[in-house]
Design a protein around this ligand. Structure first.
Ligand SMILES: CCCCCCCC/C=C\CCCCCCCC(=O)SCCNC(=O)CCNC(=O)[C@H](O)C(C)(C)COP(=O)(O)OP(=O)(O)OC[C@H]1O[C@@H](n2cnc3c(N)ncnc32)[C@H](O)[C@@H]1OP(=O)(O)O
Ligand SMILES: Cc1cc2nc3c(=O)[nH]c(=O)nc-3n(C[C@H](O)[C@H](O)[C@H](O)COP(=O)(O)OP(=O)(O)OC[C@H]3O[C@@H](n4cnc5c(N)ncnc54)[C@H](O)[C@@H]3O)c2cc1C
Length: 663
């Protein structure tokens, strides 16, 4: 029997101003792609082999085991079903894994990409087939217990022994133990080990090495290898993040991944075109995190928006029926800016991936000139998108009141699994400072008359003329982009001036940098926000966009820009570029935009096209039948298997009886 749709949600869908399918097609790159997505999703969601008890009811060990079994089934089935393109794999795996990963995820996302990116053709012949085939399962072992951010400061050593033509691997101190690599605790039998290369006593910096850590026969750690799981974390329960220490482990010379730098048999070192090429896998994952953050935010907003139409609370007017909570403007103000941000990062994530694809093909042809721009852009956007997603997902949880706190909402698991994206793959501030470094360099080049290209092109010849007194239409996307560009250029210029003045005051470069670093991160943030607003606006100029959806998407873009502008209003007012009256106008526009978006809110989240199986949220169900399913879910809790829990007999009964006896 098909359950009836909640009448409130039904009405919302009937009243929308556009057909969500049109936006779905826009978001996923066309009708064909949406069709394929749905086929793959239903293949996964209807496959009985993937069904299991709710992970939320399991211990961590059970979760690990369940997700490992699922991951193995998934990679096996993908091969059988010939699901090979990256896009198809993403559709299928998202439906199998929901908001989790599996213990071999880092194998797919980092170990394999490192082999593709860092191995010579000969090395690929040797290892790629084994790795693609999951004969060997690997992870990316870089972070140590003492250092994660400071990659140059890693302590693990790979010392070349020309006599045997081997590297001797060691974690010479406690702080050198590898710590965190996903899947290393229990699953992997190989790692890409990032270690300091030493030849004849001289250090050559961090390089990648292929290292077998467990026997392929019985999975026991190999001699000299100590390895295990690092214990429970804030989330990511299914993943066996691991520790690893190494004591004089020898590997053949050929195990150094030598696409870019080489060690010859006699110990001669051949330099890479850029030492930063060894960081390539991190750049790839950072670029992917922009989309990942947009999607996670989209999931959270879908849950909270649908639930806010089903949930009725309080009386807006005395004696009147309780309104849907989404009719409270404060509730709209909680959710709609993040709805807009989810669209913004979804679209920017696509742009980031296409920049990544173009740049990496240039790099593989030997043109490394694109590396600094790629690094700076991916670092800033990764940091901005993941932090915005964190704040937004939490706001969505709060917007669901008490039920948002239950695992039944899907929000706690979504949040705890997604929030490491701010830390892992480069900590937020650290990455913002990397972008700032590029901005300072670029800005100084522009002062010297150089013409800049790419994301920093606007820094050349920007006119920092206060434009007070000008009347502007704060809904005009061109004017909004101009405002964000002006703010970014001004803050970049001021951070550069501060840096200079700290140095003129006697500080050396490093101290001046540290003293200016709050302003420098602000500059990187303003630059990244400008890029997102501009990208969102540019995507709306697509001539294929149907007018019914371009109207509503334009509202979202305006809201995204105006909300960013109002929450950072000081930045726009400080030099008089905008006036108090502009900001007041912006606030009024936000209210008006929210009122216009209100009837379209459900259609806008439906357009993300997350089936219930992927949202995995009772509050976010498409049919809105929330309460009935909340009760059923709670009844399934292991604590409810019996009416009287065994602990009653063990603890509560004697306690109650003892208290009664004391009366
Ligand atoms: C968990 C959730 C995640 C979500 C995932 C979503 C999708 C997938 C799902 C699931 C599977 C995957 C799961 C993944 C899990 C996480 C994996 C990990 O965490 S692996 C470890 C990552 N570790 C870091 O990121 C270290 C951060 N630190 C660094 O990168 C460096 O140490 C850095 C950048 C902070 C400094 O590097 P310097 O010390 O070598 O460089 P300096 O001296 O500062 O700069 C020298 C020059 O190099 C440039 N540079 C630095 N890095 C570069 C790069 N990567 N590319 C190009 N240039 C770079 C700089 O801009 C600078 O340039 P000039 O001299 O100014 O021209
Ligand atoms: C879930 C998860 C999965 C992970 N998976 C992997 C993996 O598979 N493989 C792997 O190798 N690693 C992995 N990591 C490790 C991860 O990459 C690091 O934790 C991350 O890069 C941050 O480094 P850190 O822990 O050294 O933080 P720290 O650098 O110690 O950060 C602590 C504080 O110091 C500040 N700070 C540090 N340096 C600077 C600076 N230069 N300027 C200003 N402030 C600074 C930071 O802003 C932060 O506030 C994972 C981590 C997590 C949480």
């Amino acid at each position: 029997m098909v359950a009836k749709m909640n009448p409130d949600l039904k009405k919302e869908r009937e009243n929308a101003s556009f057909d969500p399918e049109k936006i779905t097609n826009f978001l996923y790159g066309g009708q064909e792609s949406v069709k394929r997505k749905r086929e793959l999703e239903s293949l996964a969601l209807n496959d009985p082999d993937y069904q299991h008890e709710d992970l939320n009811f399991m211990s961590r060990e059970q979760q690990y085991e369940t997700q490992l079994k699922k991951g193995i089934l998934m990679v096996t089935k993908m091969k059988e079903l010939k699901i090979t393109s990256a896009q198809d794999q993403l559709f299928y795996t998202s439906a199998v894994l929901v908001s989790d990963v599996h213990p071999m995820s880092v194998h797919t996302r980092m170990f394999l990409p490192t082999l593709y990116g860092q191995a010579t053709e000969q090395q690929k012949d040797k290892w790629l087939k084994l790795a693609e085939n999951y004969t060997i399962i690997g992870t990316y072992a870089q972070t140590e217990i003492g250092h994660g951010t400071f990659v140059r400061g890693l302590e693990t050593t790979a010392t070349y022994d020309p006599k045997t033509q081997e590297f001797i691997l060691n974690t010479p101190t406690l702080s050198a133990s590898k710590w965190w690599p996903g899947g290393m605790g229990k699953t992997s039998n190989y790692v890409v080990l990032m270690a300091q290369l030493y030849i004849y006593g001289k250090s050559y910096g961090i390089h990648p090495f292929m290292l077998q850590i467990r026997s392929l026969e019985d999975h026991k750690p190999l001699p000299g290898v100590t390895v295990g799981d690092i214990g429970p974390k804030f989330g990511y329960d299914v993943m066996d993040n691991g520790f690893l220490s190494l004591n004089n482990v020898r590997i053949p010379r050929e195990n150094m991944l030598m696409k870019y730098s080489r060690v010859e048999p006699d110990g001669t070192y051949v330099r890479p075109p850029s030492t930063k090429l060894a960081y390539g896998t991190m750049v790839q994952v950072r670029a992917g995190i922009v989309m990942f953050s947009g999607m996670n935010l989209a999931k959270a907003v879908t849950i909270a928006t649908r639930y806010s139409c089903v949930r009725r609370q309080s009386e807006m007017k005395p004696g009147h029926p309780e309104p849907q909570v989404l009719d409270y403007v404060t509730q709209q103000y909680k959710l709609f800016p993040y709805l807009a941000a989810a669209y913004a990062f979804w679209l920017t994530g696509q742009t980031m991936m296409s920049v990544y694809t173009t740049s990496s093909s240039q790099i593989s042809k030997g043109d490394i000139s694109v590396l600094p721009e790629l690094h700076a852009l991916s670092a800033g956007l990764k940091a901005l998108s993941s932090s915005m997603a964190n704040v937004g997902m939490e706001e969505c949880r709060l917007a669901c009141g008490g039920h948002g706190y239950s695992h039944a909402s899907g929000l706690p698991r979504l949040y705890t699994n997604a929030t490491p994206a701010s830390t892992a793959e480069g900590e937020h501030v650290v990455l913002m400072l990397q972008t700032a470094r590029y901005l300072m360099k670029s800005y100084n080049q522009s002062l010297q008359g150089e013409k800049l290209a790419g994301s920093v092109a606007y820094l050349s010849g920007v006119q920092l003329v206060p434009a007070a007194g000008r009347t502007r239409n704060m809904l005009d996307l061109g004017a909004l982009c101009d405002a964000f560009r002006h703010r970014a250029a001004r803050i970049v210029g001021e951070a550069a001036a501060q840096l200079r003045s700290e140095m003129q005051g006697g500080k050396d470069q490093a101290d001046a940098w540290n003293a200016s670093s709050v302003d420098l991160t602000k500059a990187a943030m303003a630059h990244s926000q400008y890029f997102v607003v501009k990208t969102f606006a540019e995507r709306l100029t697509d001539s294929r966009l149907d007018s019914s959806i371009s109207a509503v998407l334009t509202r979202l873009c305006q809201l995204h820009a105006l909300h960013g502008l109002v929450t950072n209003s000081g930045d726009f007012l400080e030099d008089g570029y905008l006036t108090g009256s502009d900001i007041r106008q912006a606030r009024r526009h936000i209210n008006a935009l929210m009122a216009k978006l209100r009837p379209d809110a459900v259609a806008l989240v439906d357009a993300f096209d997350f089936p219930d199986g992927i949202l995995n949220s009772i509050l976010g169900r498409y049919d809105g039948n929330v309460y009935q399913h909340l009760l059923e879910w709670a009844k399934a809790s292991p604590l409810n298997k019996t009416d009287v829990h065994q602990s009653y007999h063990k603890y509560l009964k004697p306690f109650l009886e003892a208290n009664r006896a004391k009366l």
